[in-house]
Design a protein around this ligand. Structure first.
Ligand code: GLN
Length: 187
């Protein structure tokens, strides 16, 4: 769990429910990354998280780990950070996924809302919590779209990277964390 800024504690408790207590640790340095079998990049402020990732050498360590096939769950600001390009602001993305992102797609009119999504592979709808959510506005050919909202892509996967525009750690429904565990167990 990358623990510089954002909703780290909520993600830790959701991940502990799925992976077990003691299996989840907080990442603040490049060395912390090297021992992880799965990585989570939480929501928060993508500019701030991105700057700290670069300053502490964690960005390079994450890129190296994902290159080895280590699964990464990226949510909200995390989705912005794994992209190849961001429409606005001074975010320097990691380029781990062949997507470009509209950072605050829903604007201040609709800062926070919930919506029911049909998700590929889920047998019933998923209620997603969106907070100043980004959307994916371009997907490369190897990106699998998992969910759309009002015609815009809000969940996608490319290889070891699972990126969600919403906050799976803020609901009781932990199916995305379970999907992430399956990705971790598969390597
Ligand atoms: N849109 C925000 C950003 O780009 C992310 C919002 C969030 O993580 N809840 O930083």
């Amino acid at each position: 769990m990358v623990a510089f800024q954002g909703d780290v504690s909520e993600h830790v408790s959701a991940a502990e429910q799925i992976f077990g207590k003691g299996a989840v640790s907080e990442i603040r340095s490049a060395e912390d990354v090297s021992t992880c079998q799965g990585l989570i990049l939480p929501g928060g402020e993508s500019t701030t998280i991105g700057r700290l990732l670069a300053q502490r050498g964690v960005a390079a360590a994450i890129v190296e780990a994902v290159g080895r096939g280590v699964p990464l769950l990226a949510t909200c600001a995390g989705l912005v950070l794994v992209s190849r390009g961001v429409d606005q602001g001074d975010v320097v993305p990691l380029g781990l996924m062949d997507i470009t992102v509209n950072r605050n797609a829903f604007g201040s009119q609709r800062e926070s809302f919930e919506a029911c999504l049909e998700v590929k592979g889920f047998d019933r709808p998923y209620r997603a919590v969106f907070i100043r959510a980004p959307v994916i506005d371009r997907c490369g050919p190897c990106v699998e779209v998992l969910a759309m909202f009002e015609g815009r892509t809000v969940a996608a996967r490319e290889g070891p990277v699972l990126a969600l525009a919403f906050h799976p750690e803020l609901t009781e429904d932990l199916r995305f964390h379970r999907l992430f565990r399956e990705m971790v167990e598969a390597i």
